[in-house]
Design a protein around this ligand. Structure first.
Ligand code: DGY
Length: 325
């Protein structure tokens, strides 16, 4: 691979990364940093990647086919600091011979923890309660006040039983939940751990007292949770999404939360982040987080190191562990 005079590969780093990750980048690469952390749109990505061998991006940088085709020919790899890679057109990358890597495994636990946080917060009306206390509107303890949805022993339907879905199941077993799931293929009994497989995702919805969305965003999962499918769910169900906002049809979810068809939702991801559908803001039964599924210090360090492990392997001429294109 062409390198600069110091022999180090030249990497464009689009976002401000954890200090330990930037230190390793500065040591091992000829890295161009973005200390102001300003967002790269496609045009800037194309312009500033000139003279680099690779780009280290986040899910905030969109790489559709039109941008991938315009990247300078010296760019040979895009390493994303994320497990999701729906922001990158993988087919276009393959067609151009551009390598793409992601960061699986290291964010599984943090994201599963956030899923349970949302599940419990939505079910037990944490947003309403927190506001009541903070705004000094808490009158007295009431036998019939602030009643939420009981969690222990209920059925949890997991859409997408990959690493994160299985980690959600493992945690939910601590709440004695009955685990149901849909996945592209059925898991082995060792991985299933007694979870009940539904080949048909529509059928999964019929048992979903709680629905946790843990599948990738693809053409097939786009707007999966629409009005017809919500109608199949039990009345008073709770929806949790820590995957991608595009899997949910916002108007349908908002309508179901408004009518009471669904009791509550907990959302960490949205279709056009950082914008959210304004309908969510007015819903007290919706617990909203700003895409912090993997946001722990340990996890963000590990994601950076994993991205660097992939770059290291690639530039050493070895197969990167997490190659998705
Ligand atoms: C991921 O890793 O995919 C997170 O959602 C951040 O983009």
């Amino acid at each position: 691979h062409p390198q600069n005079s110091a022999g180090k590969p030249r990497i464009l780093v689009t976002r401000k990364l954890p200090a330990a990750v930037e230190a390793r980048l500065a040591r091992d690469y000829d890295a161009t940093f973005n200390p102001t952390d300003s967002v790269f749109d496609g045009a800037r990505l194309v312009a500033e990647s000139a003279g680099h061998d690779g780009i280290l991006v986040c899910s905030t940088e969109k790489l559709p086919a039109a941008i991938i085709e315009k990247l300078p020919p010296e760019i040979k790899i895009v390493a994303t600091f994320s497990v999701g890679h729906d922001h990158i057109d993988i087919a276009a990358a393959k067609a151009r011979g551009l390598a793409v890597t992601n960061t699986p495994d290291v964010l599984t636990d943090a994201t599963a923890d956030t899923t349970l946080l949302l599940l419990l917060a939505a079910a037990r009306r944490a947003y309403e309660g927190e506001r009541m206390v903070r705004e000094d509107r808490w009158g007295r303890w009431e036998p019939t006040g602030m009643l939420g949805v009981h969690v222990t022993g209920k059925r949890l339907a997991i859409l997408g039983m990959g690493r994160i879905g299985r980690a959600v199941a493992q945690r939910a077993r601590g709440f004695e939940m009955e685990i149901h799931y849909n996945n592209r293929s059925r898991l082995s009994p060792e991985l299933e751990q007694g979870a009940i497989f539904h080949e048909d995702p529509e059928e999964l919805l019929t048992v979903a007292d709680f629905l946790s969305i843990n599948c990738p965003a693809t053409k097939e999962t786009h707007h999966f949770l629409n009005a017809d499918r919500i109608a199949r769910m039990p009345d008073g169900a709770v929806v949790v999404n820590t995957a991608r906002g595009s899997i949910v049809h916002d108007e349908s979810l908002i309508a179901a939360l408004t009518s009471g068809k669904l009791a509550a939702a907990g959302l960490d991801v949205f279709a056009n982040e950082p914008a959210i559908h304004p309908g969510y803001r007015d819903l007290p039964n919706c617990f909203l987080l700003p895409h912090i599924g993997s946001a722990t210090k340990e996890t963000r360090d590990a994601m950076g190191f994993r991205a660097l492990d992939n770059l290291d392997a690639f530039f050493a001429g070895k197969p990167p562990r997490d190659r998705v294109a």
